[in-house]
Design a protein around this ligand. Structure first.
Ligand code: 5GP
Ligand code: MN
Length: 341
């Protein structure tokens, strides 16, 4: 990840104006990185005298409820007028941890309506789609939180990172790397973690708050999904799992409960690609994970109108669960025939 002088100067110019009205947007189904990077960046901008609103399209998972400052995040689905007013008045809009406006789903139209605000991207997903006035797009960063950390370090120095900001940044880095086990685990990332540790964050407590905060229903749903709903195809190398709405209701499903399910199938030695289909009110949400060279970003773009990262991507399907699964199986055959699997 290399921050150019031009990029930094362009951002500094935008932030040099006093008391800007700033909105930070994060993606639908915000995760630890979307929330952690937003909260930390919001805190920094507020310390400069700007007025900042963080907006997410829908509720974040309950295991993030403890994060410092999260109670001020505006959830568009719950408070649409408040979110719309903040967006309409914004001088600067930051896109945090996503790079396609479609990832905002129901919030997209509201954003498109503000044509005067400057737009800044802070992200680590592949292939940004919208035009931005300033763009910090680093697909080789393991999280957006690490991009935010690097920006703060370069522009203001790490002295400006408070203990609360450090906890938020750590959550982003920890969750997007699967607790420091996925790709892009660079020396620079560990140096950043060392600085966050110096701020006095309680790493075991953060870990416990995020990973050991599930309900008993969620544990039972997990057992059910693995035992009853996981199918292994393609000579034992591809796993698929699906949950319909009535199954989710049976286990009192809450936003965030399926977190980690799709990753679990990759713990089986031969599995190279794993998919989870989760029924949603209007469509089926598709989550994809892979190991090594198997490119699920490309797979998600091609077959499920989505995208993401090389080894973690997602998309949507607008047909029934049965048809979605058939479509997936045909896609796997095609992808394998072409040598991508
Ligand atoms: P998850 O499976 O955790 O929801 O998402 C995995 C990755 O894929 C994330 O980086 C997320 O941003 C991306 N992703 C998930 N759903 C979509 C989608 O519908 N469109 C795009 N472009 N990316 C997605
Ligand atoms: Mn992220």
């Amino acid at each position: 990840m290399k921050l150019s002088n031009e990029q930094i100067e362009a951002l500094q110019k935008l932030l040099a104006r006093e008391q800007q009205r700033i909105v930070l947007l994060a993606h639908t189904n915000p995760d630890g990185d979307a929330i952690g990077s937003s909260l930390a960046w919001a805190s920094l901008l507020r310390s400069m005298g700007h007025s900042v609103t963080c907006i997410v399209p829908n509720k974040y998972p309950y295991f993030l409820d403890w994060m410092p400052g999260i109670d001020q995040v505006v959830i568009f689905r719950n408070e649409p007028e408040k979110a719309q007013a903040a967006v309409a008045a914004a001088d600067i809009l930051f896109s945090m941890d996503f790079n396609a406006i479609s990832r905002l789903e129901s919030l997209s139209d509201t954003i498109a309506a503000n044509v005067t605000a400057k737009r800044v991207l802070i992200d680590h997903h592949l292939s940004p789609q919208e035009p931005f006035d300033v763009q910090f797009s680093f697909p080789d960063s393991s999280s957006t939180a690490f991009v935010v950390y690097s920006l703060i370090e370069r522009m203001y120095g790490t002295e400006r990172i408070s203990a609360e900001m450090a906890a938020c940044l750590y959550v982003g880095m920890m969750t997007d790397t699967g607790n420091f086990s996925f790709s892009f685990l660079t020396p620079a990332l560990y140096r950043a973690v060392a600085v966050l540790a110096e701020k006095g964050i309680d790493i075991p407590a953060i870990h416990n708050n995020v990973y050991n905060a599930y309900t008993a229903d969620r544990a039972r749903l997990f057992g059910y999904a693995i035992d009853r709903k996981m199918e292994i195809i393609h000579d034992g190398t591809v796993a698929l799992m699906s949950l319909k709405e009535h199954e989710m209701r049976r286990f009192n499903f809450q936003q965030g409960d399926s977190e980690g399910f799709v990753n679990y199938a990759l713990s089986i030695k031969k599995i190279r690609m794993s998919v989870m289909f989760l029924a949603h009110r209007k469509f089926i949400r598709v989550s994809l994970r892979s190991r090594g060279e198997v490119d699920v970003n490309r797979f998600a773009r091609r077959y499920f109108e989505g995208g993401g990262h090389h080894n973690a991507a997602g998309g949507k399907s607008y047909v029934s669960m049965e048809e979605t699964i058939e479509h997936f199986k045909r896609a796997v055959e095609e992808y394998a025939r072409e040598g991508h699997l």
